[in-house]
Design a protein around this ligand. Structure first.
Ligand SMILES: Cc1cc2nc3c(=O)[nH]c(=O)nc-3n(C[C@H](O)[C@H](O)[C@H](O)COP(=O)(O)OP(=O)(O)OC[C@H]3O[C@@H](n4cnc5c(N)ncnc54)[C@H](O)[C@@H]3O)c2cc1C
Length: 420
């Protein structure tokens, strides 16, 4: 693993690094900076503050100086991390959890991993890191995981991405999976790049399909690129582990196995858990899915065609009448008409409702990738050539301000008739 080193010929014993080290890992001994490696977490914050360029992070190439661009350097092989060594094997999934429970997308990531390893004999493991999380191991084993790699420490009570990323990097460096998969949740997006950087390996984010090249061991990932206008296939041929996050709600969740026969490997005493540079003052809980799109059976989605925010109550009235949630295009969100949590599409939620009403939505690719899996799509658009009609099960060419009130009136009349 990388280390912070002092270059004695450069050190002027000024003590700047000693004052600034957040982990109190530096001190002056005989007018020279000294690193206590038991305390140092290799956060690297001392490297740029040294006025004499006397501190180096071993993970940087020789001669690398603060301010240099990494583009000018080719990274050396880090022992045990880079290359196609056979010692890297199996697939490891990141077992994200919150409030004492696994987040739902963990089952999707395990589902993707199990699909990849089917018939190959390759093991699927799960990294479970946190404080008092041992009770989650059973659920992971039930989802068909062969090994749970557990690091349980009171230092990880509140999620701090830097400390968790350091811990996960050490664990992966120790246990050497060939592939590491996580979900493209906020946490996945924050921790995976950190871990990939620490392990000096490649990461592909927000994948929508995965396959395994059995000859090379390469993971072949598919993801939209250039705003969804192309679909790229990407491999990470030279580095291990290969890391990827998968887009939520795209992969089928793993089903429970009838007889779990995996094991738990408690690595808590072998993996160093360091302090975070973050001081978490307060945790304010938001609602994970305020728009309730992900579970919705029916969605009424609005686009720029509603003209202004003041017209939204009509959409909410219709949604309420049919028990639907309200979604939106990015155009409606960007115009400030509706909260971003309602956005559907490439940069919003991916939804799979039974019925999807697209009201005043043109049908741009970046929107349709988020709703094309709906069972029935009903599009209302005044432009008969709107691309949304190519996708729609039923298309209504008309003004939504006439069509939707007509729907509402019909529903009201039917309700009244049923009550009579
Ligand atoms: C990198 C990137 C990521 C993106 N991510 C997303 C994303 O996640 N989600 C997303 O939605 N977009 C996304 N977009 C934006 C996307 O490209 C489109 O611009 C957007 O989806 C268009 O929204 P819209 O259909 O509401 O607006 P428009 O394209 O302007 O369409 C409005 C439609 O309303 C119709 N209309 C107007 N008046 C009426 C009326 N009275 N009655 C009926 N119909 C009417 C018009 O005929 C038109 O078809 C992204 C773009 C980029 C570049």
């Amino acid at each position: 693993m990388s280390q912070i080193r002092i270059l004695p010929s450069n050190c002027i014993g000024c003590g700047t690094c000693v004052q600034l080290c957040p982990f109190e890992a530096l001190s002056l001994v005989d007018a020279q900076a000294y690193v206590d490696h038991d305390r140092c977490v290799v956060c690297g914050s001392c490297v740029p503050v040294c006025p004499a360029d006397a501190i180096v992070d071993d993970s940087m190439p020789d001669g690398f100086r603060p301010g240099d661009s990494m583009d000018d350097w080719s990274m050396p092989d880090e022992p045990g991390i880079k290359s196609n060594e056979a010692s890297f094997s199996g697939i490891c999934v990141y077992a994200e959890h919150a409030d004492g429970a696994l987040v739902p997308s963990v089952a999707e990531v395990i589902g993707a991993a199990r699909q990849l390893t089917e018939g190959t004999g390759l093991p699927v493991s799960a990294v479970l890191i946190g404080s008092e999380v041992g009770h989650l191991t059973g659920e992971l084993l039930e989802l068909g995981v062969d090994e749970v790699w557990l690091v349980d420490s009171p230092k990880l009570r509140l999620y701090a991405e830097d400390a968790e990323a350091r811990c996960m990097s050490e664990l992966l460096a120790e246990l050497k999976p060939a592939i590491v998969l996580g979900s493209g949740t906020r946490r996945g997006r924050s921790i995976f790049p950190r871990v990939a950087a620490r392990l000096n390996t490649g990461l592909c984010a927000d994948c929508i399909s995965l396959s395994l090249d059995m000859e090379t061991g390469n993971l072949v990932v598919t993801r939209p690129a250039y705003g969804g206008s192309i679909v790229a296939k990407i491999i990470i041929p030279h580095q291990r582990p290969q890391m990827a996050t998968i887009k939520e709600h795209v992969f089928r969740p793993a089903s429970k196995v009838s007889v779990p026969n995996g094991i738990v490997r408690d690595m808590s005493s072998q993996i160093r858990v360091s302090k975070s540079v973050l001081e978490i003052l307060e945790v304010v809980k938001g609602r994970a899915d305020p728009a309730n799109l992900l579970q919705a059976d029916t969605i009424v989605a609005v686009g720029r065609g509603i003209k202004k925010a003041e017209n939204l109550p009509l959409i909410y009235e219709f949604a309420e009448a049919i028990g639907a949630s309200v979604g939106a295009t990015r155009a409606a969100v960007d115009l400030g008409w509706i909260h971003p949590s309602h956005q559907i599409g490439q940069t919003g939620s991916i939804v799979k409702p039974r019925v999807y009403f697209a009201c005043g939505i043109s049908g741009a690719l970046q929107h349709t990738v988020g709703m094309e899996e709906a069972e029935t799509i009903i599009a209302i658009n005044s432009d008969p050539n709107a691309p949304i009609f190519d996708l729609a099960t039923y298309g209504i060419v008309g003004d939504l301000f006439e069509v939707i009130p007509a729907f509402i009136e019909t529903l009201k009349a039917e309700k009244q008739q049923m009550m009579m």
